[in-house]
Design a protein around this ligand. Structure first.
Ligand SMILES: C[S@@+](CC[C@H](N)C(=O)[O-])C[C@H]1O[C@@H](n2cnc3c(N)ncnc32)[C@H](O)[C@@H]1O
Length: 215
């Protein structure tokens, strides 16, 4: 599937799913994924880009170590829910935009942290998204990623592969995509890969763009 067709499919799936997304995700997090989202947000600092921000589940979790947050997503249906959260809570420091994680409308070397929670499973081309995250991060900037991927358990992995064609077709969700090689190929140095969640399906990854900030 080409990137445009891939993006169209993402928009179709998530616009349709938006109203029930948080309920479904809440159940997955409670019973399978654990607190990876909370972990990811706690790593962020400075100027933050959140790719594929979705319905904004992370937005209320950012602490005072974060100055500014830009959240981008392809789906206006998901963004509408996120916008309602911002209107209610934190305001001046959060900016939400319709945008593509594979072609970011941000300058080079402009953010301190890129946050990605459960996005690489649906982004049509995670290689491009990794390269774009690398481009916009300042040297030394951090990529924080919480994602699901192939279970560390052989039976769990096999089951996920059986179900995957359906999850891709109906949910644009690649259940067994390992996010780490995309980051390595984009030039990131990997600092941590921790496997958590039921069956070890969660990746908690910390990576950074080599170099140190100028000045
Ligand atoms: C499973 S949801 C995760 C949402 C949110 N990050 C969270 O943790 O709840 C995946 C999101 O990725 C978005 N998405 C997929 N491909 C994208 C892309 N290329 N650019 C921006 N957003 C994208 C979808 O619209 C959807 O909101």
């Amino acid at each position: 599937m080409g990137q445009d067709a891939g993006n169209d499919k993402v928009v179709e799936v998530f616009d349709r799913m938006a109203a029930r997304y948080e309920k479904q995700m809440g159940l997955f997090e409670r019973f399978v994924l654990g607190r990876a989202r909370q972990w990811a947000v706690a790593q962020a600092e400075g100027a933050v880009l959140e790719i594929a921000v979705g319905s904004g589940l992370n937005l209320p979790l950012y602490g005072s170590q974060v100055d500014h947050i830009v959240g981008v997503d392809l789906s206006e249906g998901m963004l509408d829910i996120a916008r309602r959260k911002v209107a209610r809570a934190d305001t001046a420091r959060i900016e939400l935009r319709q945008g593509d994680a594979q072609a970011l409308d941000l300058p080079d070397d402009s953010v301190d942290t890129v946050v990605s929670t459960f996005t690489f499973c649906t982004i049509p081309d995670p290689k491009l998204a990794s390269e774009e995250a690398f481009r916009v991060l300042v040297p030394g900037g951090q990529f924080v990623l919480a994602e699901h991927g192939p279970s560390t358990n052989a039976l769990g992995r096999a089951l996920m592969r059986v179900v995957e064609p359906l999850s891709v077709r109906f949910g644009a969700d690649h259940l067994t995509r390992n996010p780490v090689p995309y980051l390595v190929d984009a030039g990131f140095e990997i600092d941590q890969v921790e496997r958590t969640g039921r069956g070890g399906i969660v990746f908690r990854v910390l990576a950074h763009k080599p170099g140190t900030a100028a000045g």
